[in-house]
Design a protein around this ligand. Structure first.
Ligand code: S3P
Length: 170
């Protein structure tokens, strides 16, 4: 296949724990292209981890930095791009993604919780965080679907298999 539009070869979106970074890395390696991740771009620009940006400056400041990082990354050719899980909350970002080859890595709440370390242990402590993850994913699912050209289910599947499915569509 192959799209005639310029910019990243593919853009991966999805919630935390959907496997964006791992799968993007595998696709990039297969294609011999660079993997670019907008969380890393924001951290490089800010000179500190995202958790510190949230604490020091607040989420709105982070989202503004993220929006700028994504707009810049979308002009890069020949990269495999992964976005932060909340990137699609921004309407300008959703508009910027139109015309790009966006793939939504779908995942169940239970599997995403496991992958980000919210397993079955300590339900009393972690139950509330899991509920937050569920609420966040329920609220965002329509936005991932809105920007995506393809949706790929990731539950119970190895990253290599998911990467292979995406490569088939390129
Ligand atoms: C966020 C997801 C994170 C990061 C930030 C906010 C979110 O990226 O951008 O902590 O709102 O879902 P990952 O999806 O790579 O964890």
């Amino acid at each position: 296949g192959g799209s005639s539009s310029r910019g990243p070869v593919v853009v991966l979106v999805g919630p935390p724990g959907s496997g964006k970074s791992t799968v993007a890395e595998l696709i990039a390696a297969k294609l011999g292209k660079a993997h670019r991740d907008t969380d890393a771009d924001v951290e490089n620009t800010a000179g500190k981890p995202i958790s510190d940006i949230f604490v020091d400056s607040g989420e709105p400041a982070f989202r503004a930095m993220e929006r700028a990082a994504i707009a810049a990354a979308l002009t890069a050719d020949d990269v495999v791009l992964s976005l932060g899980g909340g990137a699609i909350l921004d309407a300008d970002t959703r508009a910027d993604l139109a015309g790009h080859n966006v793939v939504f890595l779908d995942v169940s709440v239970g599997e995403a919780a496991k992958r980000v370390g919210l397993g079955v242990a300590r339900p009393l402590l972690l139950g509330n965080v899991r509920t937050q993850l569920k609420n966040l994913m329920d609220a965002r699912r329509p936005l991932y679907a809105e920007v995506a050209k393809h949706t790929v289910s990731t539950d119970g599947r190895a990253p290599e298999e998911i990467a292979a499915e995406i490569l088939e569509h390129l």
